[in-house]
Design a protein around this ligand. Structure first.
Ligand SMILES: [Zn+2]
Length: 275
């Protein structure tokens, strides 16, 4: 690394988040995918050399990739970067406990979602989602790690809901008789769904309902997806909402079940509503 390196100001592909430090550049000729990591490393070395006193050694410390939720999930996450391997889709209004909080959202490439916010033709679409689940930057590394762990077992997870807009949650509540009369077991009141903070994912492939306490947790031992989540989700900071076998989130709240349980006999399948 002694010889000066020739760099240009060619922007890297969109896998460089908007909150990256400035001056993301690639070697002459652009950034072929297999050279992007090398180009970033060269930049970090150059920046470190610039900052270090003359003649001193330059040490690069690997940036840890989060595999669990980061920081206070209820707090503004706009200053965070999306985890490596996820894609920044910008800042949106999130909600927690009825309070508005700005959240940076990240699309998870290996987690396709049929959710409205991920679907371009939907009125609730989040631009940039491109058919992928969209989550709060604070859990982007954890979700990615969970998805990759599943892939290593040959299981490709998919979602049918992730981040949800206020407009969407209001419409869901308006359309749900239980929510309208104040029963929020399956549809949370607007401003109170963990989907609105971007810290919940509804996974496809499991559709069992249960009670609101963990001793009456929804169990779906016939589902490979549920069995995987039951065994591994807690390691990445996710817990199941007792009433829904498909809803897993990262925020501490009543009725969240974290420890693996011994599956009981299957219960009747149902159509997943939208907690
Ligand atoms: Zn849900």
């Amino acid at each position: 690394m002694d010889a000066p390196l020739t760099l240009t100001d060619v922007p890297c592909p969109d896998d460089v988040g908007t909150a990256e430090p400035p001056v993301a550049a690639c070697p002459v000729g652009g950034c072929p995918a297999d050279r992007t990591v090398l180009a970033r490393t060269v930049l970090r070395v150059e920046r470190a050399r610039w900052d270090a006193p003359p003649g001193s050694a330059v040490t690069l410390t690997p940036r840890p990739v989060p595999t669990r939720p980061v920081g206070d999930l209820r707090a503004d996450s706009t200053a965070l970067r999306c985890a490596p391997g996820t894609r920044d889709v910008g800042v949106r209004a999130g909600y927690v406990d009825g309070r508005r909080v700005a959240v940076r959202l990240c699309a998870v490439p290996h987690l396709p979602s049929s959710g409205a916010e991920s679907t371009a033709s939907s009125r609730y679409h989040v631009p940039g989602a491109r058919g992928r689940a969209v989550v709060n930057a604070r859990i982007s590394g954890a979700v990615r790690a969970l998805v990759e762990a599943a892939r290593r077992e040959g299981l490709r997870l998919s979602a049918n809901s992730s981040f949800r807009t206020m407009r969407h949650q209001r419409d869901l509540c308006r359309e749900d008789p239980g929510c309208r009369r104040g029963d929020h077991t399956l549809v949370a009141p607007p401003g109170h769904s963990q989907h609105q903070l971007g810290v919940a994912v509804d996974f496809s492939g499991t559709r069992v309902t249960g009670g609101r306490s963990c001793d009456r947790r929804a169990e779906d031992p016939a589902s490979r997806v549920w069995r995987f989540l039951r065994r591994h989700a807690a390691r990445f900071g996710f817990r199941q909402y007792a009433a829904e076998s498909w809803h897993w989130d990262a925020l501490s709240a009543p009725g969240r079940c974290g420890d693996p349980v011994t599956p009981r006999r299957p219960r009747a399948a149902s159509t997943p509503p939208a907690r």
